[in-house]
Structure formats: C-alpha cells, structure tokens
Design a protein around this ligand. Structure first.
Ligand code: ACO
Length: 330
C-alpha cells in the first residue's frame, strides 16, 4: 500500500524531573558501585520523579514543548498516543489525562504498551493515520515513571532505570519539508519471560499474600535481553536503511534506544556507523523505556546534532519482545 501523503515531525519536546540520582547515591541503597554501573552500562545518573509527579504530568510537560516548537495549535491535534509501561492508572489511558491537561478537546486519546519500542510504534501508527488522510495532526509521547515500578532492593535492575518524557507533533509534510521515509516494526511474543513486570495485571493480581514479593516491578534476564537487543536492533535499522535506499555513510545520526552503552556500541559497529554519529545521553538519564528515544530525539534536535535535510535513523528495542526503527529525512 503506498501512502498518499508524506508525514513530517513538526516539533519535538522533552521533560526530565528535577531530582538527580547518581551512581554513588545508589551505592548507599544496594551493594553496587559507580565503577560497576559505569563499566557495565555507561549510566552515571538518572532522574527520579517526585512522589506526586505522574507519568501524565511529565508527558504533558514534554508535549507542551513539542506543540510550541511545531506551531500546531492544541485545538488542532486529532490524536494523542502515549507510549508507556508505567501508566497513571490501568484505565483510563494516560493519554486521556494528557488530553485533559492540554485541553486538546478534539483529539482521540489512547496508550500503546510496547515497552521501550512504544514511541516508534506510536510514530508508525500516526504516520499511517496522517498519510491516509484519516487525521491531520498527531501528538505522540513516550513517558515513564519507572521509579514507581522498580525493585529498589535488586541491584540487577534498580541501577538501570530512570523517569522522563519525550514528545513529537506530526503532520503532513509541506513541499520542501523532510519526512519519515521508512519504518520497520516487530514483536516476538515467545520471549515474554525475559523482561517483564509479572504482577499487577489480571494474570497475577497483587494480593495481601504476595504484596511484599516485588511482583509489580521490572524483572529482567539481562544477558538474554542483551543478545536479542543487538540482533533485533541491527536488523530493524538495516531494514529501514535499505528501504530508504541509503548507505551507512549517508546517515548523519543514529539515535538508538538508551539502555546500555555496550549495546549502542555493538549496534554502531554492526551498522558500520562511527561512534561520533551515534547519539548517546543515557549517562544522564539511564533507561527511560518508551521515553528514551523520544528524549534523545528532542535533545539531538535542540542541540543541532542534525539539521534540515539530514538523514537520521531511530532504532529501539524493549519488552515483549518488541523492536522498531525509522528512517527520517529531517
Ligand atoms: N552492581 C554490582 N554488581 C552487580 C550489579 C550491580 N548493580 N548487578 C549485577 N551485578 C553482579 C551480578 O550479581 C553478577 O555477579 P556474579 O557473577 O557474582 O553472579 C555479575 O555482576 C554479572 O552480572 P550480569 O547480569 O551477568 O552482568 P552483565 O554484564 O550481563 O550486565 C546488564 C547486566 C547491565 C543488565 C546487561 O545484561 C544489560 O544491559 N542487558 C540489557 C538490558 C536492556 O537492553 N534492556 C532493554 C530493554 S529494558 C525495557 O524494555 C524496560
């Protein structure tokens, strides 16, 4: 099916909570060290939301910045998608809280649960809706309060995650504007056990008996996840690069999911893209799941790490397993 309209990203925004938690702070809570965390992951610090700060609060703050940059009026937003695995409530969707906060009254609003891949899943859905003419303007957001779903006594996981939100406003491209050239998206439901929040859903409700078992926190078989992450991200990135008809040397910047510097280095190596053309901010924020690539896109954009006309590749991987990539000519 060929798209009727090209679709562009008109504005980006992000929000990080004020509180900084360093590796040394974590070493006060669990048996770990700055040296271990830095050498295994590349993370130096992460942001932690205030107790009364919700995923939708962070999503709203990021969205306001994206809207401001895009020039699209909030009344003209037709669809809001929030990608999150840490929603304000199981229902209603976090996107509905965001809609109310923004006053985006004509928008449909719903969440996508695709873990770290959610923002690019949302981008693909919005692209198709706009390209087909079903809607005109979409607001997509990746937002997470992972600190509320972290087992703070488990050093295997608590050192990895952080809170934050990133957003983008999408609309049909005008002549001369850049566009999203290609997307690739996939899942492997046979791997649900290696990265999950096992409790708190209908499969395993939290009860008085299991309330202290940390079932509603993120669990992970790190080594397994690592292997899948490298292969799936490499394949997804290569798929969009090929579909776009680009070569590695054409790419101005790769913006990968920010989970682990060793994974990012392995991807850069397999794509034959030098490290200086790969965007990294996980030393500041850790892994913010669905928010990570959205925050990175906004930071790279505002820092001038790419400019109009540049070819960039976004690539992500997360629980599900899920993965996705997008080739964008800015
Ligand atoms: N501090 C000190 N020691 C630690 C810590 C810590 N924070 N955590 C684990 N260790 C110890 C372990 O206990 C183990 O000790 P042992 O050998 O005595 O048993 C040793 O360090 C090695 O542990 P591994 O888990 O094998 O360490 P590894 O080198 O694999 O690194 C890590 C772990 C960082 C989690 C890595 O596997 C990884 O990054 N995996 C991928 C994560 C990812 O990509 N996630 C993306 C999706 S996230 C999402 O969707 C929400």
């Amino acid at each position: 099916m060929s798209d009727l309209l090209s679709v562009t990203i008109a504005g980006t925004g992000s929000y990080l909570p004020e509180r900084v938690m360093t590796n040394d702070d974590l070493a006060q809570i669990v048996d770990t060290s700055d040296e271990w965390i830095t050498s295994r992951t590349g993370i130096k610090e992460r942001r932690i939301a205030a107790e009364d700060e919700t995923t939708s609060d962070m999503a709203t703050a990021a969205a306001r910045k994206a809207l401001e940059q895009s020039g699209v009026a909030v009344e003209d937003i037709d669809m809001i998608i929030v990608a999150t695995i840490t929603p304000d409530t199981l229902t209603p969707a976090t996107a509905c809280y965001v809609q109310d906060n923004l006053g985006a009254r004509q928008a449909m609003a719903f969440d996508i649960s695709a873990a770290c891949s959610g923002f690019l899943y949302a981008m693909k859905m919005a692209k198709r809706m706009i390209a087909s003419g079903a809607i005109q303007n979409a607001l997509i957001i990746g937002a997470e309060k992972l600190s509320a779903f972290t087992n703070w006594t488990d050093r295997n996981t608590c050192v990895l995650f952080g809170d934050g939100a990133g957003a983008a406003v999408m609309r049909a491209a005008q002549p001369g504007e850049g566009s999203i050239i290609a997307t690739d998206i996939g899942s492997d439901g046979a791997q649900t056990d290696i990265l999950n929040i096992p409790g708190g859903g209908s499969r395993c409700p939290i009860t008085l008996e299991n309330a202290n078992d940390h079932l509603a926190t993120l669990g992970m078989q790190g080594r397994e996840v690592f292997k899948h992450a490298v292969t799936r991200m490499k394949n997804a990135a290569n798929a969009v690069i090929e579909r776009a008809g680009w070569a590695a040397e054409d790419i101005a910047l790769v913006i990968p999911h920010q989970a682990n510097l060793r994974i990012i280095d392995a991807i850069a190596d397999r794509l034959s893209v030098p490290n200086e053309r790969v965007f990294v901010n996980l030393h500041k924020y850790g892994n913010t799941s669905a928010a990570a690539v959205a925050i990175a896109l906004d930071e790279a954009h505002r820092e001038g790490a790419f400019k109009k006309g540049d070819k960039i590749v976004l690539v992500v991987f997360g629980a599900g397993l899920t993965w996705a990539a997008a080739a964008i000519q800015w």
